[in-house]
Design a protein around this ligand. Structure first.
Ligand SMILES: [Zn+2]
Ligand SMILES: [Zn+2]
Length: 328
């Protein structure tokens, strides 16, 4: 109605928007502007989000590319997410885990990416698998079928990406992330270092709990749905028998199911583990066949609706393992 009031209304609205910037910029579609006060970090999946939030504190705004309840292997990116990657001040990813993200970073964020797989050499996928001699001869290795399908890449075999399941490795990644954040935001470099140090204390405490809790157990083999646990079993002297390979998407063959059932019997497994983000069907089939129970062993690729955080879910995993393996 009053023509002269229109510009003023607009000015007020704009001021309010700027003041609220930190809150309103959190939309999922990545279309709103960045908060100039905070470092805009895009994390590839949950454990990297956890690290970035803990180390960045209130100095960062972290968004996770994987929707809650979704499984991060072979993430697909929509155009909005590619835009998020292109606009981020820092993208935290694990190269080789999510090829679509690797490509988006290569094209749009090469200089603003922190690849956590470069912090320490990754384990070969084979080292995480179950590979030992029984009196009857050598077992088929769980990774063999998956490996055969990989075209002969030059990098010397398939690497296991699931490094976050070793808390000490995650702590080391955290230290490096603090350095990287400090380069992006030098004024607060000391804060990032201090928070990484504090997180390292917590992760080393968790590691000590795992070491003590899994020291004396009646069994050391775990039957899991996909071979995500190589770093955990390597650190705490367990053996994983994976139903599917490195990715949960692979459909196990009837032959593989029979082999795993046989393994489960030989090792007197009382529990077949399944994951929160993947159907429990296959684990239930094997459990029924060998007379075992099923339980959740969470590879922490994303948070389930049960909530918690990396530390609390890992402690639940420890309790689950201690029961399943009859640890004293
Ligand atoms: Zn996985
Ligand atoms: Zn065996």
């Amino acid at each position: 109605m009053n023509i002269r009031s229109a510009p003023r209304t607009l000015a007020v609205a704009t001021t309010a928007l700027l003041a609220l910037g930190g809150v309103t910029a959190c939309s999922d579609d990545g279309t709103t502007g960045a908060d100039p006060q905070r470092v805009d970090v895009v994390a590839a999946f949950y454990p990297l989000q956890f690290l970035a939030e803990r180390i960045g504190g209130d100095a960062v705004k972290v968004s996770n590319l994987v929707k809650p309840g979704a499984e991060p292997h072979d993430l697909e990116l929509n155009p909005g997410q590619v835009g998020q990657v292109a606009e981020a001040e820092l993208v935290v990813l694990l190269k080789g885990f999510q090829p679509a993200l690797d490509e988006a970073v290569e094209q749009n964020a090469k200089e603003r990416a922190f690849d956590v797989s470069t912090v320490q050499p990754l384990l070969d996928a084979a080292e995480g698998g179950h590979d030992h001699d029984h009196e009857g001869g050598k077992h088929a290795h769980p990774e063999e079928s998956g490996k055969a399908e990989e075209p002969g890449h030059d990098e010397g075999g398939v690497k296991d990406p699931h490094l976050w399941l070793d808390p000490t490795r995650l702590a080391t990644v955290g230290d490096k992330l603090a350095e990287r954040l400090g380069r992006a935001d030098p004024d607060r470099a000391a804060d990032y270092t201090a928070r990484a140090k504090a997180l390292r204390v917590e992760l080393e405490k968790l590691d000590a709990e795992f070491t003590a809790g899994l020291k004396t157990c009646q069994r050391r083999e775990i039957v899991v749905s996909h071979t995500a646990f190589g770093y955990l079993t390597g650190r705490y002297q367990l053996e994983q028998i994976g139903i599917t390979g490195l990715s949960p998407d692979n459909e196990p063959s009837p032959q593989r199911l029979a082999e795993v059932a046989q393994e489960a019997r030989e090792h007197k497994a009382t529990t077949i583990f399944f994951e929160t983000l993947v159907s429990p069907k296959v684990a239930e089939t094997i459990a029924a066949e060998v007379g075992a129970k099923t339980a959740v062993l969470d590879p922490l690729e994303g948070l389930s609706s049960g909530g918690g955080d990396y530390l609390s879910v890992m402690r639940t995993n420890l309790a689950t393992l201690r029961t399943a393996l009859s640890c004293s």
